[in-house]
Design a protein. Structure first.
Length: 416
């Protein structure tokens, strides 16, 4: 197994922070990039689902099968990947089973060799369960301060209700040193499930990406003119998943079609199932739609958001969605569902219109209103820019996150 140390740390003697997460996830990369420029030694233990993009300058242990380092200065491939054919899929189905080789033993070895002050697992499933298994199987408990960051979807809201998850969740929350969530309800759930109150991160509610580059996005939005003059509708999640359903949105578009002014509807991240439903739409509706199958790079999605009049994102379960923050920073008017994680943050008419995901008529009425009420969207754009600066600006969140890791590393220092 190739365990090169990428040479010396750029900041010898300074805190070492190891992230564990999906390398292809914008959430992973955006959060880690908050530390860009800080005097912290940062590495990512990448889960086997993917690899980081070229040009991302974070030292990464790559565990995906068959991948050779494209840039040995920034990648090291852990292998041979003898666990690839069956083990990882088995692990995803049965997170309680601890394999004796593969990613778990590699993670333990990385921790022994690099000795991070902080291990930050991005998401409960699978990153936190994987790390917890490594701690249990390889006797590395107490070597690092452990941060668990929960995602806003099913991570806690739904999985806590399932017996096959509940004990793993309780164990992770019991043993972690700090817990971060993107909504207040997840903090409440975590405390109910056994999280120590002193393990609640001082950051409070914080976006999973670490926030928006608000000033830059607002400037790019302004270049596209006032929200009231735009005619683009952006539906960023045109796919099926436990968090949201696409078919009611298609039905809503049919209901709204003859009440909408001239517009263009961009549908992102389609999957084969939603492509079939799209193909069944009336021709006159399909003519004004732009279906996009491949996931767009985040930069392209944000460029579309800066051109949009409306951001359409009804959902069944969520935290505070990043698409909501993005819309607020970009001047796009949000249509979201009145979930218990969202209603404490935004108000109907002032910031958003609410529409439940399973009610096409509600979605249709909200879309028509947002596309025809110029005063509503223009005033909301002003309100939302003020709000997103206050609660989700990377410029203010970044220094707090750096200070947070500094404090955790100081607490870990005595045991290093």
């Amino acid at each position: 197994m190739d365990m090169r140390d990428f040479g010396r740390d750029p900041y010898p003697g300074r805190p070492r922070v190891l992230f564990v997460g999906l390398p292809q996830s914008t959430h992973t990369r955006e959060w880690i990039d908050l530390l860009d420029g800080a005097r912290l030694n940062v590495r990512l233990f990448a889960l086997p689902d993917g690899t980081p993009p070229d040009g991302w300058r974070v030292r990464t242990y790559v565990t995906a099968p068959g991948h050779k380092p494209r840039d040995p200065a920034w990648w090291v491939a852990l292998g041979p990947y003898t666990f690839a054919a069956r083990g990882w899929a088995f692990l995803r189905r049965r997170m309680g089973v601890v394999p004796q080789d593969g990613v778990i033993s590699w993670l333990a070895e990385v921790i022994r060799r690099w000795r991070p002050h902080v291990v930050h697992t991005l998401g409960l499933e699978p990153a936190s369960y994987l790390y917890h298994n490594a701690v249990s199987a390889h006797g590395i408990a107490g070597r690092s301060m452990w941060v668990v960051q929960a995602r806003g979807g099913p991570d806690l809201a739904l999985h806590r209700l399932l017996p096959e998850y509940s004990e793993r969740i309780r164990a992770a929350l019991r043993d972690c040193d700090s817990f971060i969530a993107d909504n207040g309800r997840n903090y409440e759930y975590a405390l109910e499930l056994g999280l120590r109150r002193d393990a609640v991160a001082p950051l409070g509610v914080v976006p999973g990406t670490g926030g928006m580059a608000v000033t830059e996005l607002a400037r790019n939005s302004a270049a596209n003119g006032p929200t009231r003059n735009r005619r683009l509708v952006l539906w960023p999640k045109a796919y099926e998943c436990p968090q949201s359903k696409a078919l009611p949105v298609f039905e809503a578009l049919k209901l709204a079609l003859h009440r909408l002014p001239a517009c263009e509807i961009h549908m992102l991240a389609m999957i084969p199932e939603t492509r079939m439903w799209f193909a069944a739409l009336p021709e006159e509706l399909r003519r004004i739609c732009v279906p996009i199958v491949d996931r767009l790079p985040r930069e392209e999605t944000l460029r579309l958001m800066c051109r949009a009049r409306v951001m359409l994102a009804p959902s069944l379960v969520d935290g505070v969605p990043n698409s909501l923050y993005e819309a607020m920073a970009c001047g796009a008017f949000p249509i979201v569902s009145p979930l218990e994680t969202i209603t404490p943050v935004v108000q109907a008419e002032r910031n958003v219109l609410f529409a439940r995901n399973l009610y096409p008529q509600e979605i249709a009425d909200a879309l028509v209103r947002a596309m025809t009420d110029d005063d509503l969207v223009e005033q909301a754009a002003r309100n939302n820019l003020e709000l997103v600066r206050r609660i989700a600006d990377r410029a203010s969140i970044g220094p707090k996150v750096v200070a947070y890791y500094e404090e955790l590393a100081a607490r870990a220092g005595a045991g290093m």
